[in-house]
Design a protein around this ligand. Structure first.
Ligand SMILES: Cc1cc2nc3c(=O)[nH]c(=O)nc-3n(C[C@H](O)[C@H](O)[C@H](O)COP(=O)(O)O)c2cc1C
Length: 177
């Protein structure tokens, strides 16, 4: 797909067959992450974790469902792969630059996933819950000083990415001329 076509067709996919995407597609998605811009070019302060361990995925699901007060919820939607972006803050806590870096990295991966026809969805809620759970953070084996910022799920889906119709003024825009 051309870029604008990919942007138009992208949508949040929340139903997965449970089958993993192929290794070659995963590597292209990770390449898109590596090609993302990062503030001041500080790539040493960002970190990716590809989580496919079923026990850990289930623990992340359960922790998030508990935080949301909905025990039956599956915040990772049964997707077999959760790619987490973690950051090492340059000041004393995670701030705008870290969340912006993470969002851009995640969006690069999401657009790559759409282009390749595999399901994807941004995951902030479960990532926030994960970030508030020291026992789960420990299981991520993150380098010292890194903290989970955001992530996406990817997986095989039966959903299709079709042309979407959007109003031009969905986001109020003011011109100062
Ligand atoms: C910053 C951000 C956080 C999001 N977090 C979640 C999430 O935790 N779980 C989820 O199911 N969708 C999440 N989404 C998806 C949005 O709900 C979705 O993008 C929005 O409703 C528009 O729908 P669309 O992606 O299908 O176009 C998130 C999207 C963004 C941009």
């Amino acid at each position: 797909m051309e870029t604008m076509n990919t942007i138009n067709r992208r949508k949040s996919v929340r139903s997965y067959t449970g089958e993993k995407i192929s290794e070659s597609i995963l590597q292209i998605i990770l390449k898109a992450a590596n090609e993302a811009p990062v503030g001041m070019g500080k790539y040493e302060n960002v970190h990716l974790t590809v989580i496919e361990n079923q026990e850990l995925l289930q623990a992340i699901n359960e922790g998030a469902a508990k935080m949301f007060g909905q025990p039956d919820m599956q915040p990772l939607y049964g997707a077999p792969t959760y790619i987490l972006v973690s950051e090492k803050p340059s000041r004393d806590s995670i701030g705008n630059i870290e969340y912006s870096n993470a969002a851009i990295i995640v969006h690069n991966m999401a657009l790559a996933a759409v282009d390749l026809g595999v399901g994807t969805c941004y995951i902030w809620g479960a990532t926030t819950a994960l970030g508030a759970n020291p026992a789960l953070i420990k299981q991520l084996n993150l380098p010292d000083g890194f903290f989970p910022c955001c992530g996406i799920i990817v997986g095989v889906t039966t959903e299709q990415y079709t042309v979407r119709d959007f109003p031009d003024n969905r986001i109020e825009t003011v011109y100062l001329q």
